[in-house]
Design a protein around this ligand. Sequence first.
Ligand code: URP
Ligand code: ZN
Ligand code: ZN
Ligand code: ZN
Length: 481
Amino acid sequence: MPKTLIKQGVIVTAADTYQGDILVEDERIVQIGQNLRPERDAEVIDATGCYVFPGAIDEHTHMAMPFNGTVTADWNTETVAAAIGGTTTIVDFAKQEKGDTLAHTAEVWKRRADGRTAIDYSLHVAITDLTDAVLDEIAHIVQSGVATLKLFMAYKGETMVDDATLLTTLQVARDVGALVMVHAENGDAIDILQRQLIAAGKTEPKYHAVSRPIEIEAEATRRAIALAKVADAPIFIVHVSGLDSLEEVRRARAAGQPVFAETCPQYLLLDESYLVLPDFEGAKYVCSPPLRAALNQEKLWHGLANGTLQAIGTDHCSFNFAQQKHLGAHDFRKIPNGVGGIENWIQLLYTYGVKTGRISLNQLVELTSTNPAKYMGLFPKKGTIAVGTDADIVVFDPAVEQTITAANQKQNSDYSVYEGFRIDGAPRHVLLRGKVIVTEGAYVGDLRDGQFVHANPYGAAYSTEREVTASAAEQIHHLFA
Ligand code: URP
Ligand code: ZN
Ligand code: ZN
Ligand code: ZN
């Protein structure tokens, strides 16, 4: 592979912003400096006027996932969309089918991804059926490079697990350094409310949100955090949608508990008013947790800026409107849950987060690349710009102005929840382990470029014989610092 010299860009990491040149060789960054001379065989990328970011890491995606009686959009289209938008790694949820092993679950997911992904990927396994054999498997799956587990406290009768499963998994995960991620909503309460709504003839999309009030998310968040404390284990709460659950995370962190949390662009930029659009269009916006009242958005931005929330993930879970969303035309419970957003998330966060002053440029990188890499066990191979790291690099031109429209998107869907949103800035060039996969905004890569990335357990340095006097919280904060 030829050497590449990225010249005169403004390099942005979670910690620093400075002008510099980056030399890439054999998939890695080998030199960073000022006025590096182009070697004879180096390809030169002029980054004048551009920011140079580490590739974004979306730690929350659902590719080709069977869900609600249908399947989400596939790796081949969605990872190309991701690449164009500046994402170079995803961490996808491999969902265990009842009765299956975790090893086979990961294998099935790798088979779907390999040869069909434009960017690198790592995996979480979502445990839906915790038998003794599966419990025994957790240590092995961590050794095989899958270091994060996911549990759903909602979706009763499908992927939902009970509190016994949650507590047991937290205990076992703690001992092997696996980070447990939870979808925190009270699935039993949702089930009751949904039956009552349907019995009363309330079948439209907006009742999806009525069946999942924020108290139901906040209660589950608090319960998950309490069980993590009992298990002396860290926990990662996915898709925090509003103030009440944010407050549970804030309170636990203030008490020193190792609780980490994510929000998603849809909760920062969209609100519940979309759910009442006529002609069933509200279904386009149905996701779980649901979109909330607009006043929650500023609270979440604030939570990102002040460190209550450590990461942003897209929860990319893309369906089309014409067929898939219409499965719920007569019953909101049958609308497949989820929205797409991996193509433009960095531009949206840059436009509505950085340019409005809600978060800094460094925080954008921290929240969308560095922290996701750390929590998911991929750092420092991924998640920053430094000598020795993978050359996953985005040359981002802040001068580009665009308007999002489904007509132009690479995501394989017939709509975008961000239709009509103005966005500033766009990736001009994207490198994946040194290979240019996007040039002048166009995808020039190959679906065989993406590789599985082995994730390390957070506990690589977290001794199981740790001093009982030292709090787990302190140790884990130290690890993730
Ligand atoms: O509605 C959503 N979020 N769908 C994806 C699955 C999940 O709960 O994350
Ligand atoms: Zn199997
Ligand atoms: Zn979820
Ligand atoms: Zn999700």
